[in-house]
Design a protein around this ligand. Structure first.
Ligand code: B12
Length: 153
C-alpha cells in the first residue's frame, strides 16, 4: 500500500494545487491524507505516524517555505524512522532565485524537491526507496520492524 500525508507549509493558505495532487495520487492507487492549508510541521509528523504514511509531501505556493521549514531537521530528529519528505510548488518569492531556495530547503532536511506531480511517482517507484509505514516517535524505543524494499508496492 502507498500512503501519503500531504499539507501546505505552516504559513501557506493556498489549497488548489494540493487538492489536485491528492486527486492525482488517488487516481493512481495511493491513499492520501490531505491536511490542507497552514499545517504546522509537528502536526504533519504526528498525522504521518497515525496514518502510517510512507511519505510526507509538503506543498508551497506563497514563497515562504524556507522560513516555514526552519525547524524541520529538529522535528525529524524526534522520530526514529521519518518517512521521506517531499516538497513541490513555488519555493521562493518573485525576485528570489528558485534554485537557491531549493538548495536551502534541501539543507533544511527535505529529501526531494519536486518539479511535477509525475516526478513524485518516479521517485516513489524507485527500487532504492523504503516504505516507512512504521515510523514512530524516537522516544518509543529502538527500531524493530523490517523495511520493505520499495515505497510503491
Ligand atoms: C488562488 C490564489 C490565491 C487564493 C488561494 C485560495 C485557495 N483556497 O487556495 C488567495 C486569494 C487566498 C491567495 C492568497 C495569497 N496569495 Co495567492 N495566488 C493564487 C493564484 C491566483 C492561483 C494559485 C493556484 O491555486 N493555482 C492553481 C495551481 C493548480 O496551479 P499552480 O499554482 O501553477 O501549481 C502548479 C505547479 O506550481 C505545481 N505545484 C504547485 N503546488 C505543488 C505542490 C506539489 C506537491 C507538487 C508536486 C507540485 C505543485 O503543480 C501545479 C499544477 O501544475 C496564484 C497566481 C497564479 N496565477 O498562479 C497566486 C499566488 C500563488 N499567490 C501569491 C501570494 C503572494 C499570495 C498572498 C501572500 C497574497 C497576500 N499578500 O495576501 C496570499 C497568501 C497568504 C498565505 N498565508 O499563504 C503569489 C505567490 C508569490 C510567489 N510565491 O512568488 C502568487 C504566485 C501570485 C503572484 N504572482 O504574486 N492566493
Amino acid at each position: 500500500m502507498k500512503r501519503v500525508v500531504i499539507g501546505m507549509t505552516e504559513s501557506d493558505c493556498h489549497t488548489v494545487s494540493l487538492y489536485m495532487f491528492k486527486l492525482y495520487l488517488e487516481e493512481r492507487g495511493f491513499q492520501v491524507l490531505n491536511l490542507g492549508a497552514c499545517v504546522p510541521l509537528e502536526l504533519m509528523f504526528r498525522e504521518a505516524v497515525n496514518f502510517r504514511a510512507d511519505a510526507i509531501v509538503i506543498g508551497a505556493q506563497n514563497g515562504h517555505a524556507v522560513d516555514d521549514l526552519k525547524r524541520l531537521k529538529a522535528i525529524k530528529k524526534g522520530y526514529r524512522d521519518s518517512p521521506p519528505i517531499f516538497i513541490g510548488g513555488r519555493l521562493a518569492v518573485g525576485v528570489q532565485k528558485p534554485e537557491r531556495a531549493e538548495a536551502i530547503i534541501r539543507g533544511l532536511g527535505v529529501d526531494h524537491v519536486l518539479n511535477s506531480f509525475e516526478e513524485f511517482l518516479s521517485i516513489a517507484a524507485a527500487p532504492g526507496d523504503r516504505r516507512r509505514s512504521e515510523m514512530a516517535p524516537a522516544a518509543a524505543g529502538p527500531k524493530s520492524h523490517p523495511v520493505a524494499p520499495a515505497l510503491v508496492g
